[in-house]
Design a protein around this ligand. Sequence first.
Ligand code: ADP
Ligand code: MG
Length: 386
Amino acid sequence: MIKESNQSEIKNKNVLLRLDLNVPVFKGKILSDFRILKSIPTIKNLLKNNNKIIILSHFGRPKEGLYDESFSLKIIINNLENLLGEKVTFSKDWVNGVNFNGNNIVLCENVRFQKGEKENLPSLAKQISCLGDVFVFDAFGVSHRKEASTYGISDYLQTFSGDLLKNEVMNANKLLSSEKRPMTTIISGAKISTKLTLIRKLLSKSDNIILGGGILNTFLMAMSHEIGDSLVEKSFIEEAQEILNCADSKKIIMPLDVMVSSDTSLDNPEIRDISMVQSNDKILDIGEKTINRYIKVISESSTIFWNGPLGYVEKSPFDNGTIKISKAIASSGAYSVVGGGDTIPIIEALNLQDKFSCLSTGGGSLLKFIEGEDLPILDKLGMYRI
Ligand code: ADP
Ligand code: MG
């Protein structure tokens, strides 16, 4: 059922198109339309060839099998129509058949409302596949998941890789094979458990490793520093220690100071030397001396990979480190690849999108790609990693 060929060959068809339109939302407002924007060229190219399009996407993590308005994809319809300049029909109940209602595009309600989506139930995949003539997979952000709409459908329909997917894979491969040295990897954010494996992998590939966020806290604890009441995953201390014991650990650029708050409301920020953190402090950002040390490394780099905010960016001034690091990468002139659902909106807020070589729609999938883990649909599509 797999055809490793260009989506531009698809003409006059009903196309089932799996996108990643999982936009970040806060209090009912879309924080970033980055993923919608990146999907527009694929949709337009398919329309140009006289195709009709049935769009599938997930949105958030609703309870499977239940409709829940707060996870309705209806939220994106205006953004999608405005960015496309086309009318889009929204279909709440689509699994047994869609009605285009005079338009060329149907957006199906959150695919994760369907029972069997997550476990890749063959009967669901088969049922969905009946909606279209061909399947285009263009959701790089979920290519690490083997679900009905990210994988199962390809068992029943001729499947093509979408334009965005190809681009993402090309950029990630370009990063992995980059010979422009020095290469600096910046790993931060909250999801420590998912990122330690990545550090292991990138430790050998990179010349410098910069840490921030919960990951930095875990490493500080592994180095026997007091980290007070900071975000940490204690079960990963041993793994962090192992990493610190290996020869490549000297590539980790050590922080000098951090920004903390000892206040429950996270007010009254203070800068502390990393050896001066108190037991009731929360480390919420890197300090000025650390920022300057990191910026120096960044400015001397030729390849940069960045994932994850370096501090608690939701509350100022704990976004200070992340903002300054973003600006430093933007002006470094290095080949820069950035991924992460919480990282991209920061770059957008600073209006620095054009200063980065590649902003990926992938978060976990990009990390898995770099780690060399199995990405089922990419393997099936024959999109190999270097
Ligand atoms: P991404 O989605 O870009 O991969 P993550 O989801 O791993 O990033 O992490 C983003 C979150 O990490 C943000 O909500 C941010 O507030 C949080 N964070 C980063 N540093 C800290 C810190 N020191 N303390 C608490 N939260 C932090
Ligand atoms: Mg995140």
